[in-house]
Design a binder for this molecule. Structure first.
Ligand SMILES: *[C@@H]1O[C@H](CO)[C@@H](O)[C@H](O)[C@H]1NC(C)=O
Ligand SMILES: *[C@@H]1O[C@H](CO)[C@@H](O)[C@H](O)[C@H]1NC(C)=O
Ligand SMILES: *[C@@H]1O[C@H](CO)[C@@H](O)[C@H](O)[C@H]1NC(C)=O
Ligand SMILES: *[C@@H]1O[C@H](CO)[C@@H](O)[C@H](O)[C@H]1NC(C)=O
Ligand SMILES: *[C@@H]1O[C@H](CO)[C@@H](O)[C@H](O)[C@H]1NC(C)=O
Ligand SMILES: *[C@@H]1O[C@H](CO)[C@@H](O)[C@H](O)[C@H]1NC(C)=O
Length: 456
C-alpha cells in the first residue's frame, strides 16, 4: 500500500494520501512448492505517457505485450525522485524512516541506505536465492559496506551514482568526467563506447544463461536497474530512425532511448523463454518516478512530472507477468488491469513472501504483501486523495474520478481533509530526521585512481 510522502519541501504541504480501509496484511498462505525466479526491471525517469499501452507516440511492442500477458498496475505509486524510490524498493521502508527524505544522494555525500535495513537481496539470499544486480545503485557508496555486493547481491555490474554518460560510463566531479562503472571485483575500464542498455542487457542475459547451465538448482533474483531513459539524451541512431515524425529533437532522442530499452527487455525475456526459465519466473517492470519534461519524458494526461508530488511525479508505469504469475493467478482473474493501490515499498514484503522467506529481522516495514492483490485481484485498499493556488497548500482530489487532479474537493469534504491530515501527522511523528550531509571533498575521484569509489 502506500501513504505517500505528504510534504513538499519549501513549506508547501501537498497532502496526497490514501486511506487504509482494511488491514492490508495478507497472511502468508500455503507457500508455493517451488520458489519462483524473480526478475525486477526498473526503468529510470520513465514517464506515464511513454509506454505504448498509455500513449501512441512511443512504440514499445515488447513492454506492451508483456504487460498484456500479465497484470498492469494502474494505481501504482513510486516516489517523485530516484534515491527515495530505490531505497524503498530495496528496504520496504519509507524514506522518512531511513533519513533519506531529503532527496537524491549526491556522489560526494557520505550518505547511504542505513546498514541496519536489510535489503530485499539480503532477504532473498536468506531464502536460498542467488542474487544479482545490473545497473544503477544510487543508494550510497561512501564506504565499502554500502556497495551492492555487501548488501545482499552475490554479483553486481553497473554504476553507483545518479547520472552517467551512456557510452563513457563517467560522472562529473567539478566538470571533469570520472569513471563510474564496475562490478563486484572493482572498476571496469574497457567498456567505453558500448551503450549501457546493451551492456546491462547482455550482463543480465549472461546471468540467466549461466544459471540455466549450472546444476545448482537455486532460484535467482535479478535486479536490472536500467540507466534508460534518464538524461543525458544519448542513443545509437538506429533507434531514433523510426521517430523521424517527432519534430521535437529532445522527444525524438528520448523515444529512441525508450526503444533501446524495449529491445533490451525483449532480448532478456526471449532468453528466459528459450532457457525454459520463464515458466517459473515472476517478471516485474517498474519506473522509479515520473518522466522529466526537460529530458524528453511525458506524463500526459497526468499533472506534473519528476520531482513533483502531482500524479505525474508519483504515479508510475508498472506491471507484473511471467509463468510463475500464471500459475498463481486465479483462473477467473482474466483481466489484465489491476486498479488496486500498490506502492513501491510493497515489493519487499511481497517478494519475500513469494520466496518463502520470513520478514523476521527486518525493521518496521511500510509496505504490504500485495501478492493476493496482484494474483487474485483482491481488493485490499481503496484510494482517495488530498491536495490546494500559489498560496494554497492543501487540496483534496478523488483520483478515481479525477486522475488529472483538476477538481479540488477540500472545501466540500473538510472531514476527509482533517482525517487525512491526522494520518499524515501520525506518519510524520514516526519520521527520523533527514540525513543530508555536506559533500565531502575526499570523495574526489582523482584521489582514488580516477574512479568514483568508496572513500571512507
Ligand atoms: C562492446 O561493443 C563491441 C563492438 O560492438 C563488441 O565487440 C563487444 O563485445 C561489446 N562489449 C560488451 C561487454 O558488450
Ligand atoms: C538485442 O539483440 C540484438 C540481436 O542480438 C542486438 O543486435 C541488440 O543490440 C540487442 N539490444 C540490446 C538493447 O541489448
Ligand atoms: C479486477 O477486477 C476489476 C473489477 O472487477 C476488473 O475490472 C479487472 O479487469 C480485474 N483485473 C484482473 C487482472 O483480473
Ligand atoms: C525471529 O528472530 C528471533 C531472533 O533472531 C528468533 O528468536 C525467533 O525465533 C525468530 N522467529 C521466527 C518466526 O523465525
Ligand atoms: C470517487 O469517485 C468514484 C468514481 O466516480 C466514486 O465511485 C467514489 O464514490 C468517489 N469517492 C468518494 C469518496 O467520493
Ligand atoms: C512534521 O514534524 C516536524 C518536526 O518533527 C514538524 O516541524 C512539521 O511541522 C510536521 N509536519 C506535519 C505535517 O505534521
Amino acid at each position: 500500500m502506500g501513504v505517500f510522502t505528504a510534504l513538499r519541501s519549501g513549506g508547501l504541504v501537498l497532502a496526497v494520501a490514501c486511506f487504509l480501509l482494511t488491514s492490508a496484511v495478507t497472511h502468508a498462505k500455503t507457500r508455493s512448492t517451488s520458489q519462483p525466479n524473480i526478475v525486477f526491471v526498473l526503468a529510470d525517469d520513465y514517464g506515464y505517457n511513454d509506454v505504448g499501452y498509455h500513449g501512441d507516440q512511443i512504440r514499445t511492442p515488447v513492454l506492451d505485450s508483456l504487460a498484456k500477458s500479465g497484470v498492469i498496475l494502474e494505481n501504482y505509486y513510486v516516489q517523485p525522485v530516484c534515491t527515495p524510490t530505490r531505497s524503498q524498493l530495496l528496504s520496504g521502508r519509507y524514506q522518512i524512516h531511513t533519513g533519506l527524505q531529503h532527496g537524491v544522494i549526491s556522489n560526494s555525500q557520505p550518505n547511504g541506505l542505513p546498514l541496519d535495513c536489510p535489503t530485499i537481496a539480503d532477504k532473498l539470499k536468506e531464502s536460498g536465492y542467488s542474487t544479482h544486480m545490473a545497473g544503477k545503485w544510487h543508494v550510497g557508496f561512501y564506504k565499502e559496506d554500502y556497495l551492492p555486493h555487501r548488501r545482499g547481491f552475490d554479483t553486481f555490474y553497473g554504476y553507483l551514482g545518479g547520472k552517467d554518460d551512456y557510452y563513457d560510463h563517467t560522472q562529473d566531479y567539478w566538470f571533469w568526467p570520472y569513471l563510474d562503472w564496475r562490478d563486484e571485483k572493482g572498476p571496469i575500464f574497457d567498456e567505453k563506447g558500448n551503450y549501457s542498455a546493451q551492456l546491462l542487457t547482455n550482463r543480465a542475459i549472461n546471468i540467466i544463461k549461466s544459471h540455466s547451465r549450472s546444476s545448482n538448482s537455486k532460484p535467482f533474483f535479478l535486479y536490472l536497474a536500467y540507466q534508460s531513459v534518464h538524461g543525458p539524451l544519448q542513443v545509437p541512431d538506429r533507434y531514433t530512425k523510426q521517430y523521424d515524425s517527432i519534430r521535437n529533437r529532445i522527444r525524438r532522442i528520448y523515444a529512441g532511448m525508450v526503444s533501446a530499452m524495449d529491445e533490451g527487455v525483449g532480448n532478456l525475456t526471449q532468453v528466459l523463454k528459450d532457457t525454459g526459465l520463464w515458466d517459473n519466473t515472476v517478471f516485474i517492470f517498474s519506473t522509479d518516478n515520473g518522466g522529466a519534461n526537460m529530458a524528453g519524458g511525458n506524463n500526459y494526461p497526468l499533472r506534473g512530472q519528476k520531482t513533483e508530488l502531482w500524479e505525474g511525479g508519483v504515479r508510475g508505469v508498472g506491471f507484473v507477468t511471467g509463468g510463475a504469475l500464471d500459475k498463481h493467478r486465479a483462473p477467473k482473474a482474466s483481466g489484465t488491469v489491476n486498479k488496486e493501490l500498490i506502492h513501491v515499498s510493497d515489493w519487499f514484503p511481497t517478494l519475500v513472501r513469494l520466496s518463502g522467506g520470513s520478514l523476521n529481522g527486518t525493521k518496521g516495514l511500510d509496505g504490504f504483501d500485495q501478492w493476493d492483490t496482484i494474483s487474485h485481484n483482491k481488493t485490499v485498499l481503496s484510494c482517495e486523495e488530498v491536495k490546494e493556488d500559489p498560496l494554497k497548500n492543501l487540496w483534496l482530489f478523488n483520483i478515481t474520478a479525477d486522475p488529472t487532479e483538476h477538481t479540488d474537493l477540500s472545501e466540500e469534504k473538510p472531514d476527509v481533509v482533517v482525517s487525512m491530515l491526522k494520518m499524515i501527522k501520525s506518519f510524520n511523528d514516526t519520521a527520523v530526521p533527514p540525513r543530508f550531509p555536506s559533500d565531502d571533498p575526499m570523495a574526489n575521484p582523482s584521489l582514488h585512481g580516477d574512479v568514483w569509489s568508496p572513500w571512507q
